[in-house]
Design a protein around this ligand. Structure first.
Ligand SMILES: NC(=O)c1ccc[n+]([C@@H]2O[C@H](COP(=O)([O-])OP(=O)(O)OC[C@H]3O[C@@H](n4cnc5c(N)ncnc54)[C@H](OP(=O)(O)O)[C@@H]3O)[C@@H](O)[C@H]2O)c1
Length: 272
């Protein structure tokens, strides 16, 4: 990827994960700055990763080609209003804030931004993220490629051509780790009821989940439904368990849950 000068506004969990991914991928540390109120010279970002840290958002933005907005959504309006002296015209802005539309971000900045909106998910924190990416109409292909490569430092990227689809990304990937956690939690509880210790139950469930996910990832020519059929013998234990899921409408439950996530994302967009 290109090594443009890059500033993160906000140096929390998500910014740190992306920075770690970029540095591990060989991005020059001199080209990366992180700005946040509690930044200090001994910060792990400067000691471990060798990047620049500052508390001066304005200077950090003015000095960079690319700005990643990585503060909490409720702080974004204040942060962008404090940056009104920045000439945004030649800069690429990448927002990873959940629930703030490109239209609102431009309103907050008081100008049209060359803006890419990214929706990462929590596994980005361990380099296994799944991000959705929407680029506003004036963003060049080169800028879009750069933003995509940036998020690939912490996982995979799905580019969407309409901003509304970001809410679908939230339903299918952003919120999805918690769906799997909930499922695994229920399995662990039942395994404990059946006599396993907490640790054994966790080991059984987490390794089964990891193995199943690996099988999906490493067999892209096989549909997920086919993988399920391949491990389901007629009249066997798996078929019996799946019969119970289907009897309780697992497909409808998942569909309704994902639709609820989209509705909530739409509501949240009105809140900022
Ligand atoms: N974590 C996730 O899994 C996830 C997933 C999807 C989207 N996101 C989005 O990513 C963004 C960051 O989330 P996060 O989890 O990394 O949050 P976080 O850990 O709370 O980090 C927020 C950072 O913003 C800094 N900050 C606060 N006020 C600031 C200001 N005025 N100027 C500059 N920096 C300021 C904080 O600094 P101090 O610590 O010094 O206050 C902190 O470094 C959010 O918008 C969130 O919606 C996160």
């Amino acid at each position: 990827m290109e090594h443009r000068s890059l500033t993160f506004i906000g140096a929390g969990n998500m910014a740190r994960s992306i920075i770690a991914g970029l540095v591990n991928a060989g991005y020059p540390t001199k080209a990366i700055t992180a700005s946040s109120p509690s930044a200090h010279p001994g910060d792990v970002l400067s000691t471990d990763y060798g990047i620049q840290t500052t508390r001066d958002n304005l200077h950090a933005c003015q000095a960079a080609d690319v700005i990643v907005l990585a503060v909490k959504p409720q702080l974004m309006a204040q942060v962008l209003s404090d940056l009104s002296a920045v000439d945004w015209s030649s800069k690429l802005v990448i927002s990873i804030a959940a629930g703030i539309s490109t239209h609102r971000l431009c309103e907050m900045a008081g100008t049209t931004l060359n803006l890419v909106r990214v929706m990462p998910n929590t596994p980005s924190l361990v380099g296994q993220g799944m991000s959705g990416l929407f680029a506003s109409s004036q963003v060049t292909d080169a800028d879009k490629r750069y933003a995509t490569a940036l998020m690939e430092a912490v996982g995979e990227v799905c580019c969407v051509d309409e901003e509304a689809k970001i809410n679908g990304v939230i339903a299918a990937a952003g919120s999805a780790p918690a769906y799997f956690f909930r499922f695994m939690e229920a399995m662990q509880q039942e395994a404990i009821r059946q006599g396993f210790s907490d640790e054994q139950a966790r080991q059984l469930v987490q390794q089964a989940a990891k193995g199943a996910a690996e099988m999906v990832v490493s067999n892209t020519d096989t549909t997920i439904g086919q993988l399920r059929e391949q491990v389901t013998s007629k009249g066997g234990t798996t078929a019996e368990a799946l019969r119970v899921f289907d009897q309780h409408g697992i497909g409808d439950i998942v569909a309704q849950a994902m639709q609820a996530a989209v509705s909530r994302a739409e509501q949240m967009e009105q809140e900022f």
